[in-house]
Design a protein around this ligand. Structure first.
Ligand code: FE2
Length: 378
């Protein structure tokens, strides 16, 4: 038996952001609008959303304080604001950080205590305020999934927290909003998408529907990511990557991920590396590690990456390495200064994430250490 969940409705396509007003009006009268500090305003996306909301008679209160990698404190502040302002829905607008924060804020607006309690294992026992998430990147797919990554400020560790109660009521994936992403962000978010697709396909919880979505996302990313990176105005490439992100999101929301998504949290938190870039740096190494347990599936991924049905798993891994380096991202972590102690902590903390449980090959602390040392040698 297995379940397959997605948001209540997904609006996909050029101009889909204009749907926000009519959708919000069905969910409430007063929305907390959660964004980052600048991109939504600078690109005009915030303006579009505010206009659509007011045309539909929905009031909005702006919470534009989400930093990259939202902290527990920011989530608690946003939830307090949603309560004080008597908001009856939450709208997230941006990349992964604002959308993850919006989900956690919607949840904490109706739950007691701090998000820290839930990051540390307190059970999530009720749905939050209704949530609309609007994506401005093609990577995290946080509009599609029930996952939020939040930084535990006291322990300086990032944790993914999720609940089947946390799917957005409405997800909006509008390629138009991704056109303004600079190349470096296109690369990082695109590598996040590729990693979601590959880890979902290999996951021990993969099912026929999640595999179908994941392998399609691998093909889309292989076809469109370089073009979107080279020319951000390439509409076909932007649409292809938005579709890749959405389909990979539908897949991994239901299958879980793998070891890359365990290792990147401590790496990102300590060395301030963007999530997607950290994924790109480690993806080929984790695929190599998984080879003994998932050779057949890695051959299928290789075929999707290269367009050649007879491609070997090793050719798939080489295709990932060349894509990562074409996007200007180092393959591995040899450029980072990492002490013995830090390496041991990385290997240990990288296994804390639930993503590791669905990796196709079981991982011990010494496996994780060996893999990281290989990536550090480059
Ligand atoms: Fe990710």
């Amino acid at each position: 038996m297995h379940e397959f969940r997605v948001p209540g409705v997904i609006h996909f396509g050029w101009g889909a952001v204009e749907k926000v007003g009519q959708e919000a009006a069905r969910l409430g009268k007063r929305a907390l609008l959660v964004t980052g500090r600048s991109a939504a305003r600078r690109t005009g996306a915030l303006d579009k959303v505010e206009r659509s909301l007011s045309a539909s008679g929905v009031e909005s209160v702006l919470f534009d304080r989400v930093e990259s990698d939202p902290s527990s404190g920011t989530v608690d502040q946003g939830a307090a604001m949603a309560r004080e302002e008597k908001c009856d829905l939450v709208i997230g607008l941006g990349g992964g950080s604002p959308m993850d924060a919006a989900r956690a804020i919607a949840a904490m607006a109706v739950m007691e205590g701090s998000i820290l309690d839930y990051l540390r294992g307190k059970p999530i026992d009720r749905p939050g305020l209704p949530l609309i998430n609007i994506s401005m990147t093609a990577g995290t797919a946080s509009e599609i999934t029930p996952v939020s990554v939040v930084l535990d400020e006291e322990r300086r560790l990032k944790f993914g927290i999720k609940s089947p109660l946390w799917f957005a009521r409405v997800a909006i994936t509008d390629p138009e909003l991704t056109v303004s992403m600079p190349p470096r962000l296109t690369a990082a978010t695109g590598l996040d998408t590729l990693t979601h697709a590959i880890e979902s396909y290999l996951s021990t919880r993969a099912t026929v529907p999640t595999e179908a979505l994941a392998i399609k996302a691998v093909r889309l990313a292989a076809r469109h990511l370089r073009a979107a990176f080279r020319d951000g105005a390439d509409r076909e490439a932007r649409e292809g990557m938005a579709m890749a992100s959405m389909t990979a999101g539908m897949a991994f929301a239901n299958s879980g991920l793998g070891l890359v998504h365990g290792l990147v949290h401590p790496l990102g938190a300590r060395w301030k590396i963007a999530h997607g870039e950290a994924c790109g740096r480690l993806l080929a190494y984790v695929m190599e590690f998984n080879l003994p347990a998932a050779g057949e599936k890695l051959a299928e991924i290789a075929a999707a990456l290269t367009g050649r049905p007879e491609a070997s798993p090793e050719e798939g891994i080489a295709a990932v390495r060349s894509l990562v380096s074409d996007l200007g991202v180092p393959c591995g972590i040899s450029d980072l200064t990492i002490s013995e102690e830090e390496m041991a902590a990385l290997a240990r903390d990288g296994l804390l994430s639930g993503s590791v449980k669905t990796n196709p090959r079981p991982v011990s602390e010494s496996d994780s250490r060996e893999l990281l040392e290989r990536a550090h040698r480059g």
